[in-house]
Design a protein around this ligand. Structure first.
Ligand SMILES: C[C@@]1(CC(=O)O)C2=NC(=C\c3[nH]c(c(CCC(=O)O)c3CC(=O)O)Cc3[nH]c(c(CC(=O)O)c3CCC(=O)O)/C=C3\N/C(=C\2)[C@@H](CCC(=O)O)[C@]3(C)CC(=O)O)/[C@H]1CCC(=O)O
Ligand SMILES: NC(=O)c1ccc[n+]([C@@H]2O[C@H](COP(=O)([O-])OP(=O)(O)OC[C@H]3O[C@@H](n4cnc5c(N)ncnc54)[C@H](O)[C@@H]3O)[C@@H](O)[C@H]2O)c1
Length: 220
């Protein structure tokens, strides 16, 4: 099994080429658009949803078969046609150009695979079976969606503010770590959502110290 390395890739405005226009191409394109990528779809036929995105100017569509020159300047390539030999040739051409390729019909031989994803604002939860297939990751992400509901959409921005203040106000690294850990319990997150005084550094640090003390007591 390959040694897959998980990461979050910045794709804003970067060219990503999707070869093929079926269900798989549509799903990969949807994920790329969520990441604000500059998506170029190359396929003689595309699904109604892809056509709609094309009409809305959310992607570029070349209505023809794949050509190697389509990948010039691309950050990622998705070989998602229904012809394995075409996908394999495209992956090879991408490799010659040093562009990582995802291969729809032979995922484990591509340079990267796409995990199942749940987005809650800036919180990104993913699961993968390292190419063994999507069934288990999709089940797990479904369970995470129930545990981490839409209320989590709001948390990441708040935590960014809290971290900035804690970094500025608290020097001791161990205390910082304890305060930031105390800031992300469900109890704390609910408090931040209700609080209008988060930017008041003194008040925030005092509240965090109290939360940290409480969780210390619970652990004892
Ligand atoms: C998570 C998700 C992300 C996404 O695609 O965005 C994803 N597949 C999803 C859906 C899906 N995939 C398949 C079906 C049909 C039902 C079934 O067979 O189960 C459905 C359902 C549907 O289509 O509705 C079949 C399938 N998948 C792959 C192959 C080829 C092969 O085995 O290599 C075949 C057989 C094709 C054939 O029979 O020829 C390959 C891959 N699919 C992966 C990811 C990567 C491994 C993930 C991992 O192991 O962690 C990997 C290796 C490469 C990649 O695609 O990156 C997305 C779920 C989105 C969601 O619902 O949330
Ligand atoms: N990775 C995954 O998640 C996953 C899931 C299901 C299936 N698959 C595999 O991916 C393949 C594609 O699945 P699909 O459901 O999207 O298929 P599909 O048949 O719906 O779509 C195939 C698309 O490829 C286009 N195409 C064909 N030849 C082309 C060429 N030379 N250049 C550019 N485009 C070309 C067709 O016009 C069509 O739009 C399947 O054959 C299957 O092996 C992968």
């Amino acid at each position: 099994m390959p040694g897959w390395y998980p990461l979050l890739l910045r794709l804003d405005g970067r060219k990503c080429v999707v070869f093929g226009g079926g269900a798989v191409a549509q799903r990969k394109t949807g994920g790329l658009l969520e990441a604000n990528a500059d998506v170029h779809v190359v396929s003689p036929q595309i699904t109604p949803a892809l056509l709609e995105w094309s009409r809305l100017g959310r992607l570029r569509w070349s209505e023809r078969e794949a050509e190697e020159k389509d990948m010039e300047g691309a950050t990622l390539v998705f070989a998602a046609t229904d012809r394995p030999e075409v996908n394999a040739r495209l992956a090879e051409a991408a490799a010659e150009r040093g562009i990582p390729a995802n291969v729809a019909d032979d995922g484990e031989n591509g340079d990267f695979i796409v995990p199942a994803v749940l987005r809650r604002g800036g919180l990104v939860l993913t699961a993968s079976a390292s190419g063994a297939g999507p069934a288990l990751p999709v089940r797990i992400v479904g369970e995470l969606a129930e545990r981490y509901g839409p209320i989590y959409n709001e948390n990441v921005e708040v935590l960014r503010t809290i971290r900035r203040i804690v970094k500025a106000e608290v020097e001791d690294p161990a205390e910082r770590r304890a305060l930031l850990a105390a800031a992300v319990t469900d109890e704390a997150l609910a408090e931040w959502r209700a609080a209008s005084w988060l930017h008041d550094a003194d008040k925030l640090v005092a509240a965090l110290r109290q939360l940290a003390k409480r969780s210390e007591r619970k652990d004892a």
